[in-house]
Design a protein around this ligand. Structure first.
Ligand SMILES: [Fe+2]
Length: 259
């Protein structure tokens, strides 16, 4: 097994057409800035994982914009759905894209990568249903002795009290992962901020958005946590991604790259 450098992009929120702005950000331009930053990495990225919300509206056009932008990287890109994405359109848009892969698992340089769909159609929060969890159990069995990295949109680590930010059944996921001996970490998006913590014995990493950073009100803050704009502040001056190096021991380094 050799070293593996993973770039995690998340919450790109691409619109169907160039020139449209979300809260003052042209999200296609911020993806381009991320790509330019990735192209300068030394050593170069071996693969890219996008932990959901590629699109703002789930449109085919937004996924086509994504494919066109990512083509300049010449690097395999693994994608999974977030609450803004439409899995059917992702499957259609990425059916024949050689470098963009929408699937449930991959084996790369001795690592077993698992990509979960935590989306609940029409909802902001996430949940893994019974069949997702059973499938995960099976996939962990087939991973054998390989180290495993699990990626999904909604983090099993709570970042704030707002219901829309939660994976509703984190313990169901973490119990399965903790029963498997070789799971090294979980990576997630959705929060639009970065964290690196241990939750029920499992390392859980989140990643900033390429579009806008989010500050989350904490339980002690005197706000209505169900009022999104009262409980969250967006910062469009902070855009980043996570770069993680893996070796035979597990995660050897991880850092946020702001661009
Ligand atoms: Fe999200």
């Amino acid at each position: 097994m050799t070293r593996l450098r993973i770039v995690q992009l998340s919450d790109i929120h691409l619109t169907p057409s160039a020139g449209e702005e979300l809260y003052g950000v042209e999200t296609g331009d911020s993806l381009t800035a991320a790509i330019h930053s990735i192209q300068r990495l030394q050593p170069a990225a071996d693969l890219i994982i996008v932990t959901g919300d590629i699109s703002e509206d789930g449109s085919l056009k937004s996924y086509q914009r994504f494919s066109e932008s990512m083509a300049s990287l010449n690097c395999p890109v693994y994608v999974l759905p977030g609450n803004h994405d439409l899995p059917d359109n992702m499957a259609l848009a990425f059916k024949e894209t050689p470098d963009i892969r929408y699937r449930q698992s991959a084996n790369i340089q001795g690592w077993h990568l698992l990509f979960l769909n935590s989306q609940v159609p029409g909802e902001e929060f996430g949940q893994l249903d019974h069949s997702d969890l059973e499938q995960l159990r099976e996939q962990l069995k087939t991973a054998g002795d390989s180290p495993v990295l699990v990626a999904l949109h909604h983090t099993p680590g709570k970042v704030c009290p707002s219901s829309g930010c939660q994976l509703h059944n984190p313990d169901a996921l973490l119990n399965i992962l903790n029963d498997a001996p070789h799971v090294q970490a979980v990576i997630a998006g959705h929060t639009h901020n970065d964290s690196d913590k241990t939750v029920n014995g499992m390392r859980v990493l989140t990643c900033p958005s390429t579009f806008a950073y989010a500050h989350h009100a904490q339980p002690e803050d005197n706000v209505d946590h169900e009022d999104f704009w009262a409980a969250h502040k967006l910062d469009i001056s902070r855009q980043g991604y996570r770069m993680t190096d893996l070796d035979e021991q597990g995660i050897s380094a991880t850092e946020i790259v702001w661009f």
